[in-house]
Ligand binder design. Structure first.
Ligand SMILES: *[C@@H]1O[C@H](CO)[C@@H](O)[C@H](O)[C@H]1NC(C)=O
Ligand SMILES: *[C@@H]1O[C@H](CO)[C@@H](O)[C@H](O)[C@H]1NC(C)=O
Ligand SMILES: *[C@@H]1O[C@H](CO)[C@@H](O)[C@H](O)[C@H]1NC(C)=O
Ligand SMILES: *[C@@H]1O[C@H](CO)[C@@H](O)[C@H](O)[C@H]1NC(C)=O
Ligand SMILES: *[C@@H]1O[C@H](CO)[C@@H](O)[C@H](O)[C@H]1NC(C)=O
Ligand SMILES: *[C@@H]1O[C@H](CO)[C@@H](O)[C@H](O)[C@H]1NC(C)=O
Length: 831
């Protein structure tokens, strides 16, 4: 006899908010000036003001660069000096990898100038590049192929696309489409801005694509290795000659796979196939050598084709591999690339993701055995929630992003590596942690990833909270990060010490995304639905807008090949020879679950990628002055989960940011809860959550996990409910358990009682004596699939080895007992 007995009521209380708001009020009274800065109305005027302020910051940095840095690659923000490659020490890769004496701040920001409508600056930059194009990349410097691809090549390709395929096309089609215009009038652009771009486009002869081809030819020898795995660095003038061997030893997964997107686009635009051929070959070769958990390690030796480590994650060294699998799928309509992303995402959810109702993080694991490798996450991984939005994983995106929001709340930045968990050992149980204890690498060079994800989330949810985050970041740029010649981030987040460097991404990504976040009215060219119609555009990993369609090939390549000469002989068809292995499903024996006609099974991962999620926090977008964050029961769960790691360094407590956390800023909170019931937060659970492997983790990729759906008209057998899971085999599972101890508050906000555990173990009407030491477990995730609170996990009867008899038992009611703990929601199906 199977009982279904899973409790489900909620007790609510409001203490979290009341404490925080009191703190905010006190601080606000002390700093009235700072408080009044935050307007939070987000009316069209206010948004235009925020955009204008962002543009003013860009102009400050750009003119600093032109006056004090140009023609060098960068300007040093604190000392106003030009900054370029370290010619004395070629092994200074930190400095040299992304610099080449090629006016990089300019090259990487041509499209930023367009997006911000800086036409005079654009015209003189184009003029300079055109004059110097011939010898431009003939520089005796060693660059990293990855950085050169995303910054130099991406900048050129993106600007080429905008100048040839936005306004020019518009000009062509608008003359022919006076009748069409009647049905859908284009949203008016400020006419002067359109005219200037039209003029610049009309005078553009495609020379940037020529420069891109020249650069591509200088980079491609790095791919012509015996193994087809590229070496990481090359000398732009001399090729592979004279690059010291230590600089070529290790290639990272991002470095090897990422150029596939820009290189494929370069081939499609120029008709010279070698870039696509070599970069795709390397991509698929790497993918086919993934390890048994369906995940790639992070470092490979390009000479021996051997993996050098067995660590994997989503941050530095591997981040853009996932990003470009998804974005290549979009750009080139490529199903193979899409399966790479889906397979990877499933493996990441299964083996890396640590998640509950209020947060989600993806730390590093060992790729052989799935064991956690690090207790930190890195600053670069803040891009992940943006990618989750792009690939339709909106719930995951919100829960991932909120962790970085909390980090920003405490550090006014994202430290390069942040330690998310301090395990309290017996010895340091009472230790009080300070901000410094949670910082493994202490710098913040104004990286864009957090604001990038905030932009994606705003576009997907239209929740004003994301605009408010942007407003706070803008304030920090105006007050904390602004330097005499641009912007300088933290050399040391702990002390607030500044860094005398402004990398090109500060303008090209951070300020670009901030500007586009505030472009709610879609005035920027990229947001213009008419000008960008039919373009499957994406942002490259360096925030360069890129797209591709077949007409482009003819338009670019015809003119281009005429000048460049013969077409390459390489046949691009061979590179698609890769089979994607689908995980095999186990057969369910006759008379098993299939005997229930009203129950159907669904692949939980398949349905993830087949449907578009709406804002999971509930509220409809654009509801007047409301933020759905204030309907979210778990807004403060992450503060609790990471409480030992979220502390403010002293210099941050002294900033004038109306004293509060972003999500509780007074000006915003007051306005955006005006028509809402006040925020109510459940008590935080005190239960312990942990993961185990059951059986061999290598089986995880083959094991079936199905989501059960019960047909609406089912009357019989109310034992299975919607959202229950079906896991026919337990060997090969990664299971997350919540431990149920008497008097703990569980994830459902309910106090665990001994009567409840007794009931689970013995069923109703039991005459057994109550064992007051009884403990319980609840399954929360299996192989990356969340078990909804209140749902059960069903499995087939299984044999227990003689030696495990004491460890695993099954009760008469069909529940599993593990090491004497009754599992609340793991049920054995006897058919
Ligand atoms: C907010 O700022 C906008 C733009 O500066 C201004 O028009 C508006 O009046 C301000 N609102 C408040 C309440 O201060
Ligand atoms: C935009 O900013 C500039 C420079 O900071 C200022 O002169 C101008 O008045 C601002 N315009 C608007 C509409 O706020
Ligand atoms: C940097 O580039 C400029 C312009 O191409 C060139 O004149 C100069 O010699 C280069 N500097 C070095 C150190 O090579
Ligand atoms: C490109 O141009 C050639 C020759 O003009 C034409 O035959 C071909 O169909 C065009 N391809 C596309 C995709 O438009
Ligand atoms: C694909 O690869 C397999 C095995 O490597 C080979 O036998 C086959 O000929 C290849 N197919 C093509 C179209 O190149
Ligand atoms: C438990 O006892 C009640 C009342 O005595 C009875 O109605 C019910 O059927 C019993 N349940 C079981 C599972 O024996």
């Amino acid at each position: 006899m199977l009982h279904r007995l899973i409790h489900s009521h909620l007790f609510l209380c409001t203490y979290v908010l009341s404490i925080q708001i009191v703190a905010a009020t006190a601080a606000a009274a002390a700093t009235t000036n700072a408080y009044s800065r935050f307007n939070s109305s987000f009316t069209p005027d206010h948004l235009r003001y925020l955009k204008n302020e962002t543009k003013a910051l860009f102009q400050h940095a750009w003119s600093s660069y032109i006056n004090y840095g140009f023609p060098a690659d960068e300007v040093r923000p604190l000392t106003c000096e030009p900054y370029g490659p370290d010619y004395k020490d070629v092994t200074n890769t930190v400095r040299n990898d992304a610099m080449a004496n090629i006016s990089l701040t300019m090259l990487d920001n041509l499209d930023t100038l367009i997006i911000m409508g800086q036409w005079d600056e654009l015209e003189s930059a184009l003029k300079y590049l055109k004059t110097n194009q011939k010898e431009f990349f003939n520089q005796d410097t060693i660059v990293q192929v990855f950085e050169a691809t995303i910054r130099f090549l991406g900048g050129l390709l993106s600007t080429h696309l905008i100048l040839t395929d936005v306004i020019k096309v518009d000009a062509l089609s608008s003359s022919a489409s006076t009748t069409k215009a009647r049905s859908a009038p284009p949203p008016p652009l400020p006419p002067t801005s359109l005219n200037r771009l039209r003029e610049i486009s009309a005078n553009y002869d495609g020379f940037l694509l020529g420069m891109a081809h020249d650069l591509g030819l200088r980079l491609i020898p790095s791919y012509r290795t015996r193994t087809n795995i590229p070496v990481p660095r090359i000398n732009l003038a001399k090729g592979l000659k004279d690059v010291p061997p230590p600089l070529q030893k290790d290639a990272c997964t991002s470095g090897v796979t990422t150029p596939v997107l820009e290189f494929t686009l370069l081939s499609r635009l120029t008709g010279d196939y070698q870039f696509e051929y070599y970069s795709q070959l390397a991509f698929w070769k790497i993918w086919s050598s993934k390890l048994q958990l369906n995940l790639l390690p992070m470092t490979i030796d390009p000479f021996s084709n051997q993996w050098k480590d067995s660590i994997t994650g989503i941050g530095a060294s591997i981040d853009s591999f996932y990003e470009y699998a998804a974005k290549s799928a979009i750009l080139f309509d490529d199903d193979h690339m899409w399966s790479v992303f889906k397979t990877s995402y499933q493996a990441l959810l299964t083996h890396l993701a640590q998640s509950d109702e209020g947060s989600m993080i993806f730390p590093n694991i060992n790729n052989q055995d799935g064991v956690l490798f690090s207790d930190w996450i890195d600053s670069l991984s803040a891009f992940w929630s943006g990618l989750q939005v792009l690939t339709g994983q909106l719930t995951d995106a919100i829960k991932t992003h909120v962790v970085y929001l909390k980090i920003w709340d405490h550090f006014d930045s994202i430290p390069e590596r942040w330690i998310y968990s301090h395990r309290n050992s017996k010895k340091n149980r009472r230790k009080i942690y300070r901000a410094e204890d949670s910082i493994e690498l202490e710098w913040y060079p104004l990286r864009p990833e957090f604001i990038e994800s905030t932009y994606y989330l705003y576009r997907a949810t239209r929740d004003p909270m994301y605009l408010h985050i942007g407003e706070r970041i803008l304030y920090l740029f105006q007050n904390t990060y602004k330097a005499p010649c641009g912007f300088s981030g933290f050399q040391d987040v702990r002390t607030g010490q500044k860094q005398n460097r402004m990398e090109t991404f500060v303008l090209g990504e951070t300020l670009k995304y901030l500007y586009l976040l505030f472009d709610v009215e879609d005035e920027a060219i990229l947001h213009n639905k008419v000008l960008m119609r039919g373009k499957n555009w994406i942002f490259s990993t360096e925030a360069h807008p890129l797209w591709y369609h077949k007409n482009l090939y003819n338009r670019s390549a015809q003119g281009f090949l005429g000048a460049a000469g013969e077409e390459s002989k390489i046949n691009p068809a061979i590179i698609r020879n890769t089979t994607i292995v689908k995980p095999e499903l186990f057969e369910i024996p006759d008379g098993g679950l299939n005997a229930l006609a009203h129950v159907t099974k669904k692949d939980p991962y398949g349905s993830r990628f087949d449907t578009c999620q709406l804002n999971p926090l509930g509220k409809a977008p654009n509801s007047f002055l409301e933020s759905s964050f204030y309907n979210w029961d778990h807004l403060f769960k992450a503060d609790y989960t990471f409480q030992n790691s979220l502390k403010k360094p002293r210099h941050v407590t002294r900033t004038n940011l109306d004293g509060s956390y972003i999500e509780l800023s007074r000006s915003f909170y007051d306005k955006f809860t005006m028509f809402q019931t006040p925020l109510i937060c459940p008590r935080m659970p005190t239960t312990h959550v942990y993961e185990i492997f059951w059986g061999d983790i290598k089986e995880a990729t083959r094991l079936e996990v199905s989501l059960l759906k019960v047909s609406d008209d089912a009357t019989e057998n109310k034992i299975i409910y919607n959202d229950d899971l079906w896991v026919p085999n337990l060997l090969g599972l990664r299971i997350q358990f919540e431990e149920l101890k008497v008097d703990d508050i569980d994830a459902k906000n309910k106090v665990i009682t001994i009567d409840y555990l007794h009931l689970l173990l013995h069923g109703l009407n039991s005459t057994q004596p109550v064992d007051t030491g009884l403990k319980g477990l609840r399954v929360r995730r299996v192989n990356g699939v969340d078990v909804k609170l209140g749902a059960a996990v069903w499995t087939l009867p299984f044999q227990v080895n003689e030696k495990d008899k004491d460890t695993v038992q099954v009760t008469e009611g069909g529940r599993v007992v593990l090491e004497g703990k009754i599992v609340e929601n793991l049920m054995v199906w006897y058919g």
